[in-house]
Write a protein that binds this ligand. Sequence first.
Ligand code: CAA
Length: 385
Amino acid sequence: MDFELNEEQRILQQSVREWAEARVAPFASELDEHHRYPEEQVREMAEMGLLGMCVPEEWGGAGMDPLSYAIAMEEVSRACASTGVVMSVNNSLVCDPLMKWGTDAQKEQWLRPLATGDKLGCFALSEPGTGSDAAAQTCMAVPDGDEWVIDGTKNWITNGPQADTCILIAMVDRSKGVRGIVAFVVDMERDGVHSGPPEDKLGICASGTSSLIFEGYRARDDERLGGVGDGFKVAMSTLDGGRIGIAAQALGIARAAFEKAVLYSTERKAFGGPIANLQAIQHKLADMGTELDAARLLTYRAAVAKGEGGRFGHLSAMAKLYASEMAHRVTHQAIQVHGGYGYVREYDVERHYRDQRITEIYEGTSEIQRLVIARQVLKDAASRM
Ligand code: CAA
């Protein structure tokens, strides 16, 4: 077991950190306040190869490993969680399924521009009445000659207002349950699909989230990703990887709050000295630092397992579960350390607290992560009996 990053990963970490500190963090608060999409930052991420990090170079990506992706996600999200989620959706929820399930022709047409950042992607699984129970899809894809006609509404779509391309999950045959589901690559410029108004959210306010409305959208059969009936597997295997990105996002948010709490505790004076001298504050800092490291180890383990190509869904569920709930506790305590100053916009910790909350919900709630983990625990136990 090796706990050291290799040289390439250390250089990446340093360069993304320097860029994020200079070009992302100074604007994060203003973008959040005005709910403004980080357009320039996304363009610069594209130039740096951060939007298709694990896509092989032959398809326009950076050809890096999943651990490098997690490292970069943490750095970007430490500066701005909204910019982090734009990056994570394009990498994990759009480029990844195209790499895994796409034909060479689909990779050429759809993956290459997404990996270079010329286009931006979104992933449409959830619906107004279908969230955790992802198999209960009502958005319908009906065959018509060598085309499909798609009708239905998708909800909570990160990058929905900005995306050029969408990975869509839809139902073909309800009677077949999870085997009646199909995935498509959707061209958002085509007639028959439009995004709803941007959602007014508690956190990650600078990222775009909207519904997508499909009304007679026509997809060619060669725009189908995977076989008819593979759609649920496309969605689930995509989320296995996506959850590593969200774990890394939670790490970045928590680390930002932790670092600010440490700094503040050395500057703020009470009872005759810096509050960092008080055991009550030291215990908080000790717990925050310990939990952050534990979450990072779980996240790195899941990323390495993904890179090795074995089974990793339960490991990414553990990483996301622990990292997102850790970020809840750490951002809460960061406000506590700041006292009243932590509750106002002038100090960033209130933003980190709001931004963290979604990491316990999207790409599977904490309750769903526990379900995925428990199934594996019971399966392992049964295999030992
Ligand atoms: N990889 C590949 N296949 C998988 C899989 C995986 N990780 N998980 C399940 N499957 C397969 C199973 O093998 C099974 O196939 P067979 O019948 O052929 O064996 C089939 O899928 C059905 O599996 P389950 O019986 O486990 O299905 P289920 O209905 O019990 O659901 C669930 C499982 C874990 C609850 C799943 O529905 C789930 O993960 N729900 C949460 C959905 C979610 O995370 N939504 C987030 C939306 S995305 C988002 O947040 C958008 C954004 O923009 C950020």
